[in-house]
Design a binder for this molecule. Structure first.
Ligand code: GUN
Length: 285
């Protein structure tokens, strides 16, 4: 029976450390730290995420500035707002909640955010830095997963690491971070021929595909660390991950639950990136 990795507890600990450091930076240098959160339209899931991000800012002692824009805003108006935020000294981080309405060019919007304020680490400059291991910001979900793996005490070096999913936001950067820690990394995806065979070799298995219960207990190596990034809504209204938790927990040594595993870490790492952005701006070590 696996140990359950408590993402809420790890996230609370990270936020507590950030709050302490924020207070000390404020006292020592007299600076305030601010995150601008841009939301376009009225997608209910995006509204919940944005509210949670604002709440986390309050918890750690940052100012948050919300820009709630109508779904009919033009590309030009949105780019003008980002340009203004790029130049605003009270804004250390800029987050544009995705997805954007279809008429807006998401890529162009991400590219318009100053890399120094790109606390999502989605800008190509930051993505490139991750590739060569010289980064200021890590994308929030993979960074949070690295914290969760660290919390288990399991070393990554030399381990077979399998990442299921190749998205730009999770799968690809996740693979790089595991590689930087000297894991032997395999990336699986929808065209992988024998997913179960790859998964069974994993000492550390990260699943991020958005397919409910894709990975089952028989696909898991005895004693593996299993990280489930999935957040799927079933027909009965319940949330479930990409891993079949009940069968997987019988094989894994550590496993994340859904909800309460990876999810809470993402916002904690967003706070960490915002603090980092402020420290870099003010030349604080
Ligand atoms: N929408 C869903 N997840 C995210 C995220 O991590 N960042 C942004 N900006 N939008 C999202």
């Amino acid at each position: 029976m696996a140990n359950i990795i408590d993402g809420k507890a790890v996230s609370a600990r990270v936020k507590e450390e950030i709050a302490k450091e924020t207070a000390s930076v404020k006292a020592k240098y007299g600076i305030n730290i601010g995150l601008a959160v841009v939301i376009v339209g009225d997608d209910p899931a995006s509204r919940i995420y944005v509210n949670n991000k604002k709440k986390a800012c309050e918890t750690v002692g940052f100012a948050s500035y919300e820009y709630a824009l109508g779904a009919d805003i033009t590309q030009e108006e949105l780019l003008q707002l980002i340009d203004k935020l790029n130049k605003d000294d009270s804004v250390n981080g800029i987050l544009v909640q995705l997805p954007l309405p279809k008429h807006l060019d998401e890529k162009a919007v991400i590219n318009s955010i100053s890399p120094e304020k790109d606390v999502d680490a989605f800008h190509p400059v930051n993505v490139g830095k991750i590739m060569i291991g010289e980064y200021s910001f890590l994308p929030c979900t993979p960074a949070g997963i690295m914290e969760l793996i660290a919390s288990t005490g399991v070393e990554i070096k030399g381990k077979e690491c399998v990442v299921v999913g190749r998205s730009n936001i999770v799968g690809k950067p996740m693979s790089m971070l595991l590689l930087h820690q000297s894991g032997t990394v395999t990336i699986c995806h929808s065209k992988t021929q024998d997913l179960a065979d790859h998964c069974r070799k994993a000492d550390i298995l990260v699943v991020a595909v958005g397919v409910p219960k894709l990975v089952t207990g028989d696909m898991i190596k005895e004693g593996a660390v299993v990280i489930d990034v999935g957040m799927n809504r079933l027909e009965n209204g319940k949330l479930c991950g990409d891993v079949d938790f009940d069968s997987a927990k019988e094989k894994a040594s550590f496993i994340t639950p859904v909800p309460g595993g990876v999810g809470p870490m993402t916002i904690a790492m967003l706070m960490k990136n915002t603090l980092t952005a402020a420290k870099i701006k003010h030349g604080i070590e």
